[in-house]
Design a protein around this ligand. Structure first.
Ligand SMILES: [Zn+2]
Length: 281
């Protein structure tokens, strides 16, 4: 399940949802917001919460409980014909802005697949509570200090993207926050001193606040380009850091990558990459 979430996260990163179509209406457990609320929204992250997959797109979540017979099948090219309600295994389909996407299927007759479209994943029965929204009043400097202490030696990058710790910072914005704070993604969470916590707190508020301000009043079709313009390091390996001019580097994990600036964040030293280095195209 984690592998599926990671795989989808990498594939959906930077894409907007063009359409979400439901064929098995009994699988859709929510009606407000409507499934069409996802249309045109940029995907921020794909997370796993226990047995649930959570695709978060600009504040709207498509949550899937695949149960035993449920699965997700990736498709490079989705046929243009709209999905027809039927009795086959095909339950729903997500089409992205480049016509790739995935089918959600359920084999067998059990029909336990459950889909939810919600503005907060806490509205899905059975999902554990999320961490605070970083732009809410609840997310104070003291709260961040406590979160970091609690996270112990977990690397900062991992703490920032853990939805049960802080909700709503995905892969892209965790790169941006760390660059703005001039901190290494590998830094251990509890090693930050009071001054560091101040800096990180300001970076989280600034980066996410700017992202939201920029997305207001922009047509859905232009959101993807706008998000890319707003990102300083994420997805920009090989380009110049807008702050210091150094070359932005990349470290890749299983099937995702993070980007950072060595001069701004790691004392000029490139981070170790256990896989073959694929910096600098
Ligand atoms: Zn830099």
């Amino acid at each position: 399940m984690q592998a599926l979430a990671d795989d989808l996260d990498a594939r959906l990163d930077g894409h907007a949802i063009a359409r979400f179509e439901v064929a098995a209406f009994s699988a859709l457990k929510t009606f407000d917001p409507p499934p069409t609320a996802l249309h045109g929204l940029l995907v921020d992250s794909v997370q796993r919460h226990g047995k649930f997959l959570d695709i978060e797109a600009s504040g709207v979540h498509l949550v899937m409980h695949l149960a035993r017979g449920g699965w997700v099948r990736w498709r490079e090219q989705i046929p243009p014909k709209p999905l027809r309600p039927g009795k086959g295994p095909l339950a729903a389909r997500v089409v992205l802005d480049d016509d790739s996407g995935f089918d959600v299927t359920e084999a067998g007759t059990q029909k336990r697949l459950a889909l939810y479209v919600v503005d907060s994943v806490e509205k899905v029965p059975g999902i554990a509570r999320l961490g605070p929204d970083p732009l809410s009043e609840e997310f104070t400097l003291e709260r961040l200090r406590a979160i970091l202490a609690e996270a112990g030696r977990t690397q900062l990058k991992g703490t920032l993207r853990d939805q049960s710790v802080i909700a709503g910072i995905g892969n892209a914005y965790s790169d941006e926050v760390l660059h703005a704070a001039k901190m290494s993604p590998y830094k251990s969470s509890s090693s930050l001193d009071d001054g560091d916590v101040d800096v990180l707190y300001a970076a989280i508020r600034d980066v996410l606040g700017d992202a939201i301000a920029r997305s207001h009043g922009i047509a859905a079709s232009e959101l993807k380009a706008e998000k890319k313009i707003g990102l300083r390091v994420h997805g920009r390996a090989g380009e110049e850091c807008p702050v210091c001019g150094d070359t932005i580097r990349e470290v890749s994990f299983a099937d995702r990558a993070m980007q950072y600036c060595p001069t701004c964040q790691t004392g000029g030293k490139p981070l170790a990459d256990r896989r073959m280095s694929r910096l600098l195209k």
